[in-house]
Design a protein around this ligand. Structure first.
Ligand SMILES: NC(=O)c1ccc[n+]([C@@H]2O[C@H](COP(=O)([O-])OP(=O)(O)OC[C@H]3O[C@@H](n4cnc5c(N)ncnc54)[C@H](O)[C@@H]3O)[C@@H](O)[C@H]2O)c1
Length: 448
């Protein structure tokens, strides 16, 4: 046997080349979006390295280990070049990207000023915003319309105008706006017909984020959702994406504490170590923290964060080890910390003969520094997916999300390493290369 799976190396998919400009339209021009834009511009000016981005830095092994073929991902699949990215945004707060980045306080004065001229040119278009979905926010830069369909039409016009004005060949839209209140799936989300009726009737189960997703898809633009809101995770919109031949992905960027959880939990399970409890608490003081201080927005985030351990540890299959663990997630708004979040985890584990042990994690992270490369990778990979003719939910992008969207009837895969493997095997599959199985018996003289 081979440590690649020769049977699955197929023909290369037809992928349109990444020619011309790619417009990245960001919903929300806050800490994450401005850190992302500033970083890309800083890399383009040769001041920074794109650390944390797979599309820019990661290699991909091809064929057998002895072949020593490991190109950079960006040299293997045809991705848009950073030089070809142009940025636009919507936000109810009228600050340009420079003023917003300054307020967010993520970047040092030096880093901010080095790209300040560029950031100052990015001014947000008026948003589709309704305070009843994000209670702790006010803004004046807001669209007015008779109903939600009219607002969607205005967004569609923005998308067309942006594309024409900047001479873009292609666009992607990424939701990096505030977390909306918790909404359950509703009948109005069931089909495109019910959804469009709901838009015209101003149905309350249709949140602003859904209006953006609808507008993007109707304009032929892929959509990614970086927050835990339902947004594009409803049948009406995933069906629309498939019908229009457009890729979508979500939900909720996997950054600080949940990133750690999906790194450590698979390790505990791999070693068949038990779990009694996992207590996670955070303090953060940015605008995101202020929004999440509202119980209804926190509920959306909590749901997204809590699912992870159950899916990784599979309590039904391992009731002795994981049948009865206590899992708690808290987020506390604490203004002095700004974007410098601190996340503590206390993990009570169980070893041989039931002996208890503890793991403590204190992660002093920078939320937007972790999220920015995810925005970049999602924009580039969604654009690749669109050019490769992939449509609907892109489960291979689960790697980037706390609460990955999956096809109806499937449970989400949360294990970071499986997600990483799946992502790379998808790239190999796109390019007609063999899948890597890591079997490797041929190196020890076994028959292929
Ligand atoms: N930073 C991370 O590590 C991380 C991780 C996962 C998810 N997220 C999510 O990403 C989102 C952005 O985070 P952030 O730190 O940049 O927050 P932020 O508060 O700095 O920025 C969000 C921006 O969205 C704007 N906004 C709100 N509603 C809008 C609407 N309807 N249309 C357009 N703009 C709107 C707000 O005015 C604000 O400027 C949040 O939902 C957050 O939960 C962030």
């Amino acid at each position: 046997m081979n440590d690649t799976n020769a049977g699955t190396g197929g023909s290369r998919r037809d992928i349109r080349p990444a020619r011309g400009k790619l417009g990245v339209l960001l919903v929300g021009l806050g800490a994450v979006s401005t850190t992302f834009i500033a970083g890309v511009e800083s890399v383009r000016r040769g001041r920074s390295r794109p650390i944390g981005s797979l599309t820019q830095l990661n290699t991909i092994r091809l064929g057998k280990r002895t072949e020593e073929r490991a190109p950079l991902i960006k040299d293997f699949v045809p991705l848009a070049d950073l030089e070809d990215l142009v940025f636009g945004a919507w936000d109810p707060i009228p600050d340009d990207a420079y003023a917003s980045a300054k307020l967010a306080g993520v970047l040092s004065h030096e880093d901010l000023e080095a790209v300040g001229d560029f950031l100052g040119t990015i001014r947000p278009m008026p948003a589709v915003f309704d305070k009843s979905y994000v209670k702790r926010l006010d803004g004046s830069n807001v669209k007015k319309g008779a109903d939600k369909m009219e607002l969607a039409e205005q967004l569609r016009a923005d998308i067309r105008d942006f594309k024409a004005e900047h001479g873009c060949d292609r666009l992607v839209v990424v939701w990096a706006a505030s977390t909306e209140i918790y909404l359950r799936p509703h009948d109005v989300h069931a089909t495109l017909e019910t959804f469009e009726e709901g838009l015209r009737a101003g149905h309350e189960a249709i949140a602003p984020s859904m209006v953006y997703a609808y507008a993007a898809l109707q304009e032929g633009v892929p959509f990614a959702n970086g927050a835990p809101n339902l947004t594009v995770d409803v049948p009406a919109l995933t069906d629309l994406a498939r019908a229009r031949g457009l890729p979508v992905a979500g939900k909720d960027f996997k950054t600080g504490q949940t990133l750690m959880k999906t790194i450590i939990a698979p390790g505990l399970k791999a070693r068949m170590l038990g779990l009694r409890g996992w207590f996670s608490t955070n303090i953060l003081g940015n605008r995101d923290g202020a929004v999440l201080d509202d119980p209804q927005s926190f509920k959306t985030k909590e749901e997204s964060k809590l699912g992870v351990l159950d899916y990784i540890l599979q309590p039904d299959m391992y009731p002795d080890l994981y049948g009865d663990f206590y899992h708690k997630v808290r987020i506390n708004y604490y203004p002095p910390r700004g974007d410098d979040k601190e996340g503590w985890d206390n993990i009570d584990i169980v070893g041989w003969m039931g002996y208890p042990m503890q793991i403590k994690i204190d992660f002093l992270c920078k939320d937007s520094i972790l999220a920015a490369p995810i925005v970049l990778d999602l924009a580039l990979f969604l654009d690749l997916a669109a050019r490769a003719g992939l449509s609907g939910i892109q489960e291979w992008l689960s790697f980037y999300f706390k609460s990955p969207q999956v096809a109806e009837g499937l449970y989400p895969e949360h294990d970071l390493f499986i997600q990483h493997w799946k992502l790379k095997n998808t790239l190999r599959w796109l390019m007609g290369e063999e899948q890597i199985t890591h079997l490797g018996m041929e190196y020890y003289g076994e028959q292929e």
